[in-house]
Ligand binder design. Structure first.
Ligand code: SF4
Length: 64
């Protein structure tokens, strides 16, 4: 699946980074960067936690 972030909704509170630091990271300007947009067997559990943790519902998983 693809990991999509609606950057218009994102408020840069880093909750997704706390759940899945291998995928999400706030840069020095507090802008959310993604290390990958692809789910893997290794990151999917953490990505789902990030989706659930985002208070803005800014992260979604899209079937390819
Ligand atoms: S948890 Fe949601 S609002 Fe917070 S930084 Fe991540 S995508 Fe943005």
């Amino acid at each position: 699946m693809k990991i999509k972030v609606d950057f218009d909704l994102c408020e840069s509170n880093a909750l997704c980074e706390a759940m899945a630091p291998e995928v999400f990271e706030l840069d020095d300007d507090d802008f959310l960067q993604m290390h990958t947009e692809q789910t893997t067997d290794e990151n999917i559990a953490n990505v789902r936690r990030a989706v659930a943790a985002c208070p803005r519902a800014a992260i979604s998983l899209v079937e390819e």
